[in-house]
Design a protein. Structure first.
Lengths: 321, 283
């Protein structure tokens, strides 16, 4: 059985719009518009979409915080809203934009309190905490009240708090938002480590695609409340025709743009001395060999397809229907 | 749009059985959270004490040369005022908007993600807070009263334990009222209106501004049995100054217990309703 199963999940919000001095018109906004999804145990799923696409709404429905308008959702075999408190024992949640820690308590007290709330045996709790302390470098601020922590420190605290009860599924809603490079790397490294262990299912929403590239094999893109892509990152590149590029730097510009079979010229830069070819059917070696016959090569480099560019293109495509 | 499939059963509370230990741990955390704010504690303490003098002298003036008003003598009035000033912070009759703030900002989502029912966990935290208040906010005004004035000390052995129980129930009743007022934020977002009404009702009808026995008998009885407000201060203080014989005192505490149970049930009901329409906006 899949850990997460969604079928035709929907959420509608009613918005009142002012249309006159006293008149208000009701308008229905479909935040999530029929999502079907299955996630297997141990999968690391990237769940992305532009602002307002319905990512967080889906996550809130999966964690039992929001009631779906229609459709079915099960997480760990439980119905998120109906069985919310039972589900809470089996999932961990980190909302990057909200805190789950007690503002006035030091992290150490918060963690101790969580042990009682989740009824975790002392030895298990201690082992998990020790692991998080090591991997997330918590020791320097365990005794600082949460309100005095920096964002990066707080986020490491949030991650620990979400994991101390050994959840089967970890939902992360923009866990790296606002973090500096070092903290981002710490968080990603930690999640990668968690993923390698293979027993925790991870659902990650983010706007930072580097998170996805680093962590997730499977990528679900949603827009206007619907799934527009579900598959690997490589499949996304294939689907949107993103290609590897060969950048060749020449000593002098060529009199006419070269035509290489299987590698059309993508653009010319630096007064014609830098040529960018898109690799279609040709190999890098063939492009290099073709160019070497025409001009003196100064440098050559290969650029991998950029996921941000693909996703930007995907977001700009109007949703059908 | 297609038809709605009713696959979402109402949330059930029956599977939530937090152990006593969980409840205790949350209460201890509530105690510690409030113990952090020492300056606020001191400021509140000074205010309560200053107003204690004010209230006591007003009541004394009302008692006049007869030395009695509405069945309270001077010593009973002193106990009523000074213990009452201490209880204000214990039951936290004023200014608790934590839940409303969390609903407004969406932080409530974090509470819903815990394996403990929100009413249970907020109650536990509130008991912890009250424990801290009992140590640091109740004792000092009582001491001032005992040292500076002639106060009424209970004569029956049963009174003190009964008064403690009555204060505990007053706390639960007050928590229930505050939770309900805060929960209006699920519908209204801004709770200033309900909060003002609650403050007015709690203060006037709870017995803070004047003992309700100042009112005509019928009205007093209506308030006492028909509303939860006298259960906040009036009843515990009347129990302490032994206004009635023991059986009547037990009856009053039973009224409090009834309100406490009814309000907690109401909180759970409102919470369940609210969760069905909750919108956690943004992010």
């Amino acid at each position: 059985m899949s850990v997460i199963e969604l079928s035709d999940l929907r959420k509608e919000f009613t918005v009142r719009v002012k249309t006159g001095r006293l008149r208000r018109q009701k308008r229905t906004v479909r935040a999530v518009d029929g999502i079907d999804l299955r996630v297997e145990r141990g999968e690391m799923l990237g769940y992305i979409g532009p602002n307002g696409a319905g990512k967080s709404t889906t996550l809130k429905m999966l964690t039992g915080v929001l009631m779906p308008s229609a459709g079915r959702a099960t997480v760990c075999g439980l119905r998120p809203v109906a069985d919310r408190t039972r589900l809470a024992l089996r999932i961990g949640v980190v909302f990057g934009q909200r805190s789950q820690l007690w503002w006035d308590l030091p992290l150490r007290d918060t963690f101790a309190l969580l042990r009682h709330i989740y009824r975790v045996p002392a030895a298990e709790h201690a082992a998990r905490l020790a692991r998080c302390r090591g991997l997330l470098d918590l020791d320097g601020f365990l005794d600082t009240p949460v309100r005095q922590l920096s964002l990066g420190q707080r986020m490491r605290g949030e991650l620990t708090a979400a994991l101390l009860h050994g959840p089967e599924v970890l939902f992360l809603d923009e866990p790296t938002i606002g973090l500096d490079v070092v903290s981002k790397q710490a968080v990603r490294g930690f999640l990668a480590e968690l993923g390698r262990a293979g027993d925790t299912t991870l659902v990650l929403t983010t706007h930072d695609l580097a998170d996805i590239e680093r962590l997730c094999e499977r990528l679900v893109v949603i827009d206007h409340g619907r799934v527009v892509h579900d598959g690997s990152i490589a499949a996304l590149h294939r689907r949107y025709g993103s290609r590897r590029m060969v950048v060749a730097e020449l000593d002098a510009a060529l009199p006419a743009p070269p035509a290489l079979p299987g590698a059309p010229l993508h653009r010319l830069e630096a007064d014609g001395r830098r040529l960018v070819f898109a690799l279609e059917s040709a190999s890098v070696a063939e492009v290099v060999a073709g160019l070497a016959g025409l001009a003196t090569l100064r440098d050559i480099s290969i650029v991998e397809p950029d996921i941000e560019e693909v996703v930007a293109r995907l977001y700009r495509t109007p949703a059908d229907g | 749009m297609g038809s709605l499939t009713a696959t979402v059963a109402p949330p059930t509370g029956s599977n939530v059985t937090p152990s006593f230990r969980t409840f205790g741990a949350i209460a201890v955390a509530g105690f510690r959270r409030h113990a952090t704010y020492r300056q606020a504690t001191l400021a509140g303490l000074v205010t309560n004490t200053v107003f204690g003098f004010l209230r006591y002298y007003v009541f004394l003036a009302a008692a006049g040369t007869a030395g009695q008003v509405a069945g309270y003598d001077r010593a009973q009035l002193a106990t009523y005022v000074w213990v009452g000033q201490g209880l204000l912070a214990v039951i936290a009759i004023w200014g608790w908007t934590e839940l409303a703030d969390r609903i407004r900002t969406g932080e409530i989502a974090a509470d819903l993600l815990r394996p403990v029912h929100p009413v249970t966990s907020y109650l536990a935290a509130d008991l912890g807070r009250a424990g801290f208040a009992a140590l640091c906010r109740l004792m000092p005004p009582v001491l001032v009263g005992v040292l500076l004035f002639e106060v009424y000390l209970p004569r029956r052995a049963a009174t003190l334990p009964l008064a403690v129980l009555s204060v505990l129930l007053a706390l639960v009743v007050c928590f229930g009222c505050r939770y309900l007022v805060n929960a209006t934020a699920y519908w209204l977002q801004d709770v200033r209106g309900p909060m003002t009404l609650w403050m007015l009702a709690g203060n006037v009808l709870g017995g803070l501004y004047f003992p309700l026995s100042f009112l005509p008998g019928g009205l007093e009885a209506l308030l006492r049995y028909g509303t939860p407000f006298p259960s906040l201060l009036q009843i515990p203080l009347d129990v302490l100054v032994e206004r009635e014989p023991l059986p009547a005192q037990l009856g009053l505490v039973a009224v409090q217990a009834g309100w406490a149970v009814a309000l907690l049930a109401c909180c759970r009901l409102v919470q369940r309703r609210a969760e069905r329409r909750l919108v956690v906006q943004g992010g």
